[in-house]
Design a protein around this ligand. Structure first.
Ligand code: ATP
Ligand code: MG
Length: 415
């Protein structure tokens, strides 16, 4: 038998005192109704999921006081606005005179472990996006001064983001947060990534789960190449002719397109004033997310937010040409939320009840509307596209998770 020694928890979450702390985590399935069976990547430490109403939490049992260190690293990374699982608290327990600690995080909803992206035929189109998402996550961490030390497919979770993927860091046991990350540390992190990714894919291969034609050894270097290109794009110094100051806006826009918020622009005259040296300092990768949130209160992923903002901008232009005067972006955004987004999401309720994430579903609806409108050579509207999407979904074969396994337009309809 054992017992709970201490718990440090953030406000706004349950106290977790009713969990069977007398037992090690491996035995919780038999001792609490709160235990939930959810897919998890392979791990050295026991991980369990428990639910409190609709909220699910992940608990990971570590030896000694390691959970506190990981909790603090995750908190710091969350403060740096990095995509990491949300830290909720840490506890310490005693079992057979040995001290353990338990890290508590919010379960990342609608996340896909990489296995399913390689194994489910309906998800193959996400594979390339998975590699891009990993590269982008490493760039974000390094820009913020974080050395990960254990970048792997298992330690990353993937969420759909407007047809692509956004990667989240799930395992921060080895993470170190510095003011900046040196070139040597970045290279070291990339070496670890390459080795781990190859190991993860070899595991899948051994299980016979890797489709033919995937060159295992090429995947890690591919992620590194994407990383290097992105790093260069974000951090490089640019020399612009003094007469081409529009290039400053161009650079900011390119970074915003990648989702980065630009905090500061550094300009330094060079070559006797003929040129300007330009450096951009980015903060987080929430540019469109921040903007959409301030306009509508919605808080989707970054690419989803960009897709929605594009639609709001189009609507603004259309309204201006119809009404001969221009409404503010904020007024148009409210109109869009009330008249377009919320009714569309409501119409797709059956798919949401089956587990689809509303913001991603809305982006799929836009893609499907575009596809139908192209075929009809006129705009079919949101309601027609939503009904068609529902109709296709009802007529399609589904796998056990309720995911449609094929569609005409290439847009998936649930999952
Ligand atoms: N908050 C969370 N939301 C969703 N899944 C989670 C969460 N926390 C953990 N998991 C799942 O549990 C798995 C194991 O977690 P984690 O990688 O932290 O364990 P670990 O034992 O430290 O791993 P390693 O063997 O790499 O040291 C993850 O791959 C993920 O699938
Ligand atoms: Mg892990």
């Amino acid at each position: 038998m054992g017992y709970l020694l201490t718990s440090n928890l953030r406000a706004g979450h349950p106290d977790f005192l009713d969990l069977p702390w007398d037992y090690p985590l491996e035995q919780w399935q038999r001792h609490t109704e709160r235990w939930v069976d959810l897919p998890a990547g392979p791990s050295r430490h026991p991980v369990v999921f428990v639910h409190y109403d609709l909220n699910v939490y992940a608990l990971k049992q570590l030896t000694g006081s390691a959970a506190e260190k990981e909790y603090l690293a995750l908190r710091q990374m969350q403060d740096l606005r990095l995509p990491v699982v949300m830290p909720v608290g840490h506890s310490s327990t005693l079992h057979d005179n040995t001290e353990y600690s338990v890290l508590i995080t919010r379960y990342l909803d609608h996340a896909l472990p990489y296995h399913s992206l390689f194994m489910r035929s309906s998800l193959t189109r996400y594979r390339d996006h998975l590699l891009d998402a990993m590269a982008l996550l490493l760039v974000q961490l390094h820009l913020a001064g974080v050395f990960w030390g254990d970048c792997s497919l298992n330690n990353t979770l993937f969420r759909r983001d407007a047809g692509k993927l956004t990667a989240y860091l799930v395992d921060a046991e080895t993470a170190e947060i510095h003011a900046t990350v040196s070139e040597g540390m970045r290279r070291h992190d990339l070496d670890i990534m390459e080795e781990n990714v190859q190991g993860g894919l070899l595991d899948l291969h051994a299980l016979g789960a890797l489709p033919q034609g995937i060159d295992i050894r090429a995947v890690g270097p591919h992620i590194r190449k994407t990383y290097d290109e992105l790093w260069q794009q974000v951090t490089s110094e640019q020399l612009i002719p003094a007469g081409e100051r529009f290039r400053i806006q161009e650079r900011i826009r390119r970074l915003n397109d990648l989702g980065f918020s630009v905090h500061e622009i550094e300009l330094e005259p060079s070559d006797g004033g003929a040129n300007l040296r330009l450096r951009a300092q980015v903060t987080d990768r929430y540019f469109h997310r921040n903007m959409l949130h301030s306009l509508t209160g919605l808080d989707p992923e970054e690419r989803q937010a960009r897709t929605m903002l594009n639609e709001i901008q189009e609507l603004k232009a259309a309204m201006a040409s119809r009404q001969k005067h221009s409404a503010t972006l904020s007024a148009v955004a409210h109109h869009w939320l009330r008249e377009t987004y919320l009714p569309s999401v409501e119409r797709l309720r059956p798919l949401i009840d089956q587990g689809s994430e509303p913001a991603e579903l809305y982006c799929q609806l836009l893609e499907h509307k575009w596809y139908l409108s192209e075929r009809a050579s006129s705009d079919v509207g949101h309601a027609t596209a939503a009904d068609d999407l529902l109709c296709r979904w009802r007529n399609l074969p589904h796998d056990v998770a309720g995911v449609a396994t094929e569609t005409d337009s290439g847009s998936e309809t649930a999952g």
